[in-house]
Design a protein around this ligand. Structure first.
Ligand code: HEM
Length: 252
């Protein structure tokens, strides 16, 4: 049985589909081959063409939390688009449309729970990725600029989680929006304008929900995609950091 499975897998690796996606049958053998794979393969071209062997270790990367965050964002986008097909951003219908997703829409409960879990997990993984970068000193020269981009990514991730929380328009979401807009109101000089922008008026009503919806499904994801692309480009350009226990890092 195992032999048959292995044979089928080898056949798959020689198929046109596999080759058109991964561009090769087996792992590269020579350095030139590795470099060629890095150039051609979408999944690995995020990392610099050459990096220290130990930089790729799970312990140095704390289970590659940055990569896990990326995949969580992919899951959130797919499940989010599904939810958009049924959710109605109206103060009259929002709560009931979420109940319908949970109880009447086929696979609705599964997709909504996946969306909620992935959102909570992403806040956690992005935070731990940030902690890893801090702990290993990877924010130091020449990666200071990528640290700044990272801080923006962290803020956007929190804002995405928060704006999503408001959308069901239940007691939790409603009062969360009320508290947030009152906190914004407290900002010196600009607070009153920020509150107006967030609510579309002085209090929570239909335009407020629509604004949070547009912020959650269009503005913040678009910003995140743009900044993540920039983040990856910088990782390639700055070279991946070397672990502090390697000779190369000690030499500086
Ligand atoms: C949406 C959020 C984020 C995503 C998707 C993301 C993704 C990634 C990925 C895939 C890597 C390379 C592999 C890895 O370390 O796992 C990386 C590296 C890096 N990230 Fe992030 N990241 C995010 C947020 C942040 C934050 C919040 C910071 C810091 C404030 C940050 C700073 C960095 C730095 C400096 C590197 C280079 C690390 C090194 O060379 O050792 N990132 N990021």
């Amino acid at each position: 049985m195992i032999d048959q499975l292995l044979l089928a897998f080898q056949g798959l690796r020689r198929s046109r589909l596999w080759l058109s996606i991964f561009r090769r049958e087996a792992l590269p053998q020579t350095e030139a081959d590795w470099l060629a794979m890095n150039r051609r393969n979408f999944f690995v071209h995020i990392l610099p063409a050459k990096m220290h062997k130990e930089s790729a270790s799970m312990s140095y990367n704390w289970l590659w939390m940055g990569v896990i965050s990326t995949w969580l964002f992919v899951i959130l986008t797919v499940t989010g688009v599904f939810l958009m097909l049924y959710y109605v951003p109206s103060t009259e219908r929002a709560y009931d449309s979420v109940r319908e997703i949970m109880n009447a829409v086929p696979l609705g409960r599964f997709f909504r729970n996946l969306h909620k879990w992935a959102a909570e997990l992403m806040v956690f993984t992005v935070f731990f990725h940030m902690l890893r970068v801090f702990y290993t000193g990877s924010y130091q020269k020449p990666r200071e600029w990528n640290w700044v981009i990272g801080v923006l990514l962290f803020v956007i991730t929190i804002m995405l989680a928060f704006s999503g929380y408001i959308l069901p328009w239940d007691q939790l979401g409603y009062y969360a929006a009320k508290i947030a807009s009152n906190i914004a109101d407290g900002t010196p000089f600009i607070g009153v304008y920020v509150k107006q922008i967030l609510l579309g008026g002085d209090d929570l009503w239909q335009p407020s929900l629509l604004r949070w919806y547009v912020i959650h499904v269009y503005i913040l994801p678009a910003l995140l995609v743009f900044l993540v692309a920039f983040h990856f480009w910088r990782i390639r350009k700055d070279d991946y950091s070397k672990p502090h226990w390697t000779e190369e890092r000690k030499r500086g």
